[in-house]
Ligand binder design. Structure first.
Ligand code: FCB
Length: 410
């Protein structure tokens, strides 16, 4: 199963989850495993080693974050030169290794001075973010041509304002959820313009955002309450976000769409059938709901989601995240193969998908769940201060896929 020529194969991470030594709203947040992001994978200091591991993996692109809170300490302030220099060095190492960086500007975190004024519920955050992005893009235009404004605005806003799982831990605030989405969408459009105007000496700039695509469905199709709930969530998290970011005049702001795809959530008696809601994987499997440690696996859905999304947006698509959290590497291998086969079918049916990023390079700090979820292609020893890394079996399998640009189904 060959993938198109020049298809990008990569891996993805985010600042809060791997860098460590960070000062944002996650710093004091205690996850369900009792741990904090702390030094995380220590990638703040060990990024050069990470680049070497990526070369061993054979990837040709890396979706990485740049942490706003490191670079600016007040609205309209200058960028901190020492912090900038560290990212410049990281980008230089990636470019030198032939690994194209896709830089994410916002991934679930803000500087403390932004959180102090209400984060994205406050419209004043929009010009502050645009100012930051303008300065950053000007500083990095010789090293970056591939930008991603926001990672999963839907997850950020729903976990922070609807289900109290992310800071600021608010529940049921649909009004704030919608305000956050609207403000981010305005900022997205403006930052797209900034990036297009700045251009890049490396070639044509690409800019987009990453939409998490989860299917929400009733477990029993004849259950009206479950159907209603699933449809409501689909309306807020999928339809509304797509409309705000890509509807009307914003249609022409992005040059691509990032899609993060993991699977689906089905509801039974208004409860989500996922392991993180207290059901055991065994119990779920008996109901025909096959899950990793987080969500129901649904590779077939990737094919249909891509077709539907592409019809709607008509933009080139990158799968900016897909991954599977489990200690069972054979399960993860099957998950990867099934999802890549679905992706390949979508490409065969005419969907313009140009790349795939595996979540994640490293086992890392998985937000509200702490270090208990194992998404990495590399294992990280969290008992060792050096955070030593080692390749997992899935890393070797992914390497073969990347190098051959092909999925061998045997
Ligand atoms: C996505 C997030 C990413 C990671 C994976 C498992 O929703 O973007 O940071 O948490 O899920």
């Amino acid at each position: 199963m060959k993938f198109p020529d020049a298809f990008l194969w990569g891996t993805a991470t985010s600042t809060t989850q791997i860098e460590g030594h960070i000062n944002n709203e996650w710093t004091g947040f205690v996850a369900r495993d009792g741990k904090t992001c702390g030094i995380a994978c220590n990638s703040y200091h060990q990024y050069a080693e990470d680049v070497q591991w990526m070369s061993q993996l054979g990837v040709n692109t890396y979706r990485m974050g740049i942490e706003w809170s490191r670079l600016q300490s007040e609205a309209q302030g200058p960028l901190h030169q020492a912090e900038l220099a560290r990212y410049v060095d990281q980008l230089d190492q990636l470019n030198a290794a032939g690994i194209l960086p896709m830089v994410v500007l916002h991934h679930f975190s803000n500087p403390p001075w932004i959180n102090a004024v209400g984060g994205w519920t406050n419209a004043r955050t929009i010009p502050a973010f645009v100012d930051y992005a303008t300065k950053l893009v000007a500083a990095l235009r010789d090293r970056v041509r591939f930008w991603n404004t926001f990672n999963e605005p839907d997850t950020y806003a729903s976990c922070g304002y609807l289900i109290a799982e992310f800071p600021p831990l608010k529940r049921g605030r649909l009004d704030l959820f919608r305000t956050v989405i609207s403000n981010m969408a305005v900022a997205h459009e403006r930052v797209c313009q900034v990036i297009r105007q700045a251009g890049s000496s490396l070639g044509k700039v690409e800019v987009g955002f990453s939409k998490n695509w989860t299917f929400f469905q009733p477990y029993q199709t004849n259950s009206p309450w479950d159907a209603l709930l699933a449809n409501f969530i689909h309306g807020q998290l999928n339809r509304l976000v797509m409309k705000r970011f890509l509807g009307g005049a914003r249609k022409t702001a992005s040059t691509f769409l990032g899609v993060n795809y993991y699977g689906r959530i089905r509801f039974k008696n208004l409860k989500p059938l996922v392991p993180t809601f207290g059901f055991s994987r065994k119990e779920l499997a008996q109901m025909g709901v096959e899950c990793d440690d987080m969500l129901e696996r649904y590779p077939l859905g990737l094919e249909s989601a891509l077709q539907e999304i592409y019809k709607q947006c008509q933009l080139p698509i990158y799968i900016t995240e897909h991954g599977c959290s489990s200690e069972d590497e054979a399960f993860r291998e099957r998950d990867l193969r099934d999802n890549l086969a679905a992706l390949h079918r979508a490409i065969d049916r005419g969907v313009d998908v140009r790349g795939f990023y595996y979540w994640s390079l490293l086992d890392n700090f998985e937000w509200q769940f702490g270090y208990s979820k194992k998404f990495g292609l590399l294992n990280v020893d969290f008992n060792d201060l050096q955070r030593s890394r080692s390749m997992k079996p899935l890393g070797h399998i992914y390497r073969k896929i990347c190098l051959e640009n092909s999925l061998d189904r045997s």
